[in-house]
Design a protein around this ligand. Structure first.
Ligand code: NDP
Length: 525
């Protein structure tokens, strides 16, 4: 054990560096990804158990996850957890907490380093699971896996920093110290759109700080979460520290959140589910001894603003990348382009041309830019919004959808009013709303005029406007002359304002504190 601890301590002292993205222009990487796709294809259709207190339980009632590119292809079958099993999972986590909270920080961090190493060796395989289960393109899948590794590397180091002596004022007559202790049992509820990174990020932050967890993955991406849970098992994480509970959020979500033994909920997902969790968690339950903490990251209606001083070509490229990366299914997607009158026609024209160059189709091929949206419900909802959009603005490209998978063309709707529904509501698909602003002041006002506040980007070469936007553009992640997506762990701590959530700043120095409580200990000399 001494050797393990020493190696964790010395690794934690090495500076954190982001994982480089895989260069798929290299033949060896393309071959490796192709082989991984073949291997994962041969593993599709398996049945996965619940894991409660280390016990694997397969229920008779199961549900399947499907390949959105080819909905007849089953990715895997998963047990539909019952309400009773949800409570048992919390109980198992509560039991494991009694020993896990005493495990030294360096040992807990050691599990994260080991999991990061194992995931690195399985990078192409994890990419392949995402290509099949949620329709990511190669670079999008690879970015997701890279981010998951980054989260584990970063939080392991952060845990060591928090476990160190904390700077407090010293006085002569007492010995004082401040320590960060865990909260208890948490529910971790991730979305399907970053099914590896967000699942790994929220789960690892929760357990590296000494908490135990019930992980309930999104029902459209449970196989990806299962690969991550397998990795935790393989590196020897003790039973009960992370319990794996598959099933519909609408059936077992409330039970989990209301359980009086639960101390916190780490959720990333839609506004409406986030609000419900917030409300239920606030209600005191019989036997509950604490206020439940909620860490809630929700939706966005993010904007890319362009003024007349900007590099218009770069702005048009960023608008297209921000709007259509992973089919627009990112909380950070630039779903609104707000362009000042003077350059509106010019930028719009280039956006249309660049959008038409995007390839939509088979994501098992490296050159495909865009794949399907995640499921039939998403396709229905997005196509309804396109119909609404046709009445609220002018459809200038896209608008169609075709099967057998859930493919929706990258769609641009121009000349839309700032308060139109497609300017205000999160569509979460490949639909870009283009809004004309009178001038920069008007553009900034429009950008802020939604209930969300997650990411935002401004293309401008005017230093005064940039300074103003630093103060007035009210978003958690503000970017200048850069796309609105692609936050890097450690570099761009991530989280939003207003209805975008509790601004938890995942991948930043403040994040792990959300999973701890500080205890001040004073001893008279
Ligand atoms: P949902 O809110 O539909 O689902 C998120 C998770 O919540 C899933 O695991 C879901 O399970 C679960 N859930 C559903 N109902 C309940 C309930 N009543 N109680 C507890 N849990 C429940 O979001 P999506 O998965 O569709 O993800 C997309 C959303 O996530 C978008 O709004 C996007 O903007 C947001 N997001 C925000 C990010 C941020 O950092 N701010 C980052 C990434 C995404 P099940 O699948 O079984 O329904």
């Amino acid at each position: 054990m001494k050797n393990v601890v020493e190696s964790v301590v010395s690794r934690a002292r090495t500076p954190f560096v982001n994982q480089p993205f895989t260069d798929f222009s290299k033949e060896e990487n393309r071959q490796a990804q192709m082989r991984a796709l073949e291997q994962v294809k041969s593993e599709l259709g398996r049945t996965y158990p619940l894991i409660i207190g280390g016990k694997k339980i397969t229920n008779e009632a199961t549900f399947a996850s499907f390949n959105p590119s080819n909905p007849e292809q089953v990715i895997g079958y998963f047990s539909r957890a019952t309400v009773q099993q949800a409570n048992e999972a919390v109980q198992a986590a509560a039991q494991a907490f009694e020993s896990w909270k005493r495990v030294p920080a360096e040992e807990r961090a050691g599990y994260l380093f080991a999991a990061a190493d194992l995931l690195s060796t399985r990078r192409f395989l994890m990419n392949a699971w995402m290509i099949y289960e949620v329709g990511k393109s190669w670079p999008e899948a690879d970015g997701d896996t890279a981010e998951a590794i980054d989260f584990m590397e970063y939080y392991a180091r952060e845990m060591m920093r928090l476990a160190d002596d904390q700077p407090i004022v010293r006085i002569a007559e007492e010995d004082n110290k401040l320590v960060y202790i865990p909260l208890g049992v948490g529910a971790v509820i991730p979305p399907w759109n970053f099914p590896c990174a967000i699942t790994a990020g929220m789960t690892s932050a929760a357990f590296v700080t000494g908490n135990t967890v019930v992980l309930k993955p999104a029902s459209t991406a449970p196989a990806i979460a299962a690969q991550f849970v397998n990795i935790l098992e393989e590196v020897g994480l003790p039973a009960g520290v992370v319990n794996f509970l598959t099933g519909s959020g609408s059936t077992i979500g409330d039970t989990l959140v209301e359980n009086p033994q639960l101390r916190f909920i780490a959720f990333t997902g839609s506004r409406d589910v986030g609000l419900r969790i917030n409300e239920l968690a606030a209600k005191h339950q019989p036997g509950q001894r604490w206020l439940k903490r909620t860490i809630l990251e929700m939706g966005g209606k993010d904007a890319v603003v362009v003024d007349e001083t900007a590099n218009l070509e770069a702005a048009a490229s960023a608008i297209v990348t921000s709007a259509f990366g992973f089919q627009g299914q990112k909380c950070s997607a630039g779903s609104r382009a707000i362009i000042v009158d003077k350059v509106y026609d010019q930028v719009l024209q280039r956006v249309i041309e660049k959008t038409k160059q995007l390839s939509l189709g088979d994501v098992t091929q490296p050159s495909t830019h865009m794949g399907p949206v995640v499921d039939e419900n998403a396709m229905k909802k997005i196509t309804e919004y396109i119909e609404i959009g046709k009445g609220e603005g002018k459809l200038v490209t896209g608008g169609g959808h075709h099967g057998p998978g859930y493919f929706i063309e990258p769609t641009v709707i121009a000349d839309v009013e700032p308060h139109a529904r497609i300017s205000q509501e999160e569509i979460f698909g490949p639909v870009l709303t283009v809004i004309k602003a009178r001038d920069f002041d008007d553009a900034l006002h429009i950008a802020n005029d939604t209930e969300y506040g997650l990411t935002g980007s401004l293309y401008s070469n005017n230093p005064e406007r940039i300074e103003r936007a630093k103060e007035e553009y009210h978003v958690g992640n503000l970017y200048f002359n850069r796309k609105s997506t692609g936050a890097l762990v450690g570099v761009h701590p991530f989280g939003g304002f207003n209805m975008s959530g509790t601004d938890s700043k995942a991948g930043g120095r403040d994040y792990l504190l959300l999973f701890t409580q500080a205890k001040a200990i004073s001893t008279t000399k």
